[in-house]
Design a protein around this ligand. Structure first.
Ligand SMILES: [Zn+2]
Length: 71
């Protein structure tokens, strides 16, 4: 799969990459709950690995979450 991604902002070439960081690297449905009177927002499974495509020209980042993962 060598899909060419084109920047929606400037039509520049997008290069594939990823994001690092705990909650930034996966996608899940928002789950809001209240624990001991404190509102907690978390994400629930199934999780998807997030793939980030960055435009080489303007720096715009487009995110894709197409691959399901366990945790
Ligand atoms: Zn661009």
């Amino acid at each position: 799969m060598t899909e060419q991604h084109v920047c929606p902002k400037c039509n520049g070439q997008m290069e594939r990459g990823g994001l690092r960081g705990d909650k930034m690297s996966k996608w899940g449905h928002i789950k809001e709950s209240r624990i001991f009177g404190v509102d907690v927002v978390d994400i629930a499974s199934p999780y998807y690995a997030v793939e980030a495509h960055r435009c080489k020209q303007c720096g715009f980042i487009e995110l894709y979450a197409t691959k399901q993962q366990d945790k």
